[in-house]
Design a protein. Structure first.
Length: 239
């Protein structure tokens, strides 16, 4: 589909990529800079609200500080890790109490993360996804749908994770490795702003971009024209 004439917003297929610079108005006809000017204009008011103005400003400050300039490179060179950027943003915002919502499968990583945050002077509340030990049957999971049928399995409880961090009045939340969907529920119910430190990818060592980088080679199966139906058939559970 040609993004030059199509009215659907398709930034991912843009061939001009001008929005990051001074020629931001030179994009294709379906560029949201042109077609959604009213939305962009109205949302700018939110960046100036008392609740978000300083956070938005410092997020960009931290972004800028994430690069340096070296004499042998024509473009800015990355300088900081994501963890360092999270720490700096929290420090610049004056946050004292951080919440960490993590997956039980990344407990060791969570322990290290919390210790590093505490070393920077933060008080950290960490909540595991399985706390409460609520049986999966409570949300309608059948025995054959469990990871290990025949055994007791606790459900992931991201809503409770969010509510506990809300109750603890955390200034800022960090999400570590919650499952697809469970992360969505956490974000929907958390009151404090939340950033993602790492995401769950069981197969690729929690590096989901590997599937993108290798989509022309080892993971070319992802380009199958009927991928959706194949996935549905492979993972369906007969009654």
């Amino acid at each position: 589909m040609n993004s030059e004439t199509n009215s659907l917003i398709e930034c991912a297929r843009c061939t001009k990529r001008v929005c990051a610079g001074a020629k931001y108005l030179d994009g294709p006809d379906n560029c949201p800079t042109k077609t959604q000017a009213d939305v962009i204009g109205s949302t700018m008011k939110r960046y100036h609200s008392a609740a978000l103005a300083e956070f938005a400003r410092l997020a960009s400050v931290v972004e800028g500080a994430a690069y340096t300039h070296v004499p042998w490179a024509k473009s800015p060179t990355p300088l900081t890790t994501r963890l360092e950027e999270i720490i700096r943003l929290a420090q610049e915002m004056g946050y004292k109490k951080l919440g960490v919502a993590f997956c039980v499968g990344l407990s060791r990583e969570a322990e290290v993360l919390v210790s590093l945050l505490e070393n920077c002077g933060f008080e950290v509340v960490s909540v595991c996804c399985k706390m409460g030990g609520v049986a999966k049957e409570e949300i309608g999971i059948k025995e054959k749908e469990k990871i290990a049928p025949g055994q007791y399995e606790s459900m992931c409880n991201p809503i409770a994770q969010a509510e506990i961090l809300n109750k603890e009045r955390c200034d800022f939340n960090i999400m570590l490795g919650l499952c697809v969907g469970h992360d969505s529920l956490f974000l929907k119910h958390a009151k404090a702003l939340t950033t993602v430190f790492a995401v769950k990818d069981r197969l690729l060592g929690h590096n989901p971009l590997a599937a993108i980088y290798l989509s022309q080679s080892y993971y070319r199966r992802l380009r199958s024209p009927d991928l959706a139906s194949k996935l549905a058939n492979n993972h369906s559970v007969p009654d």
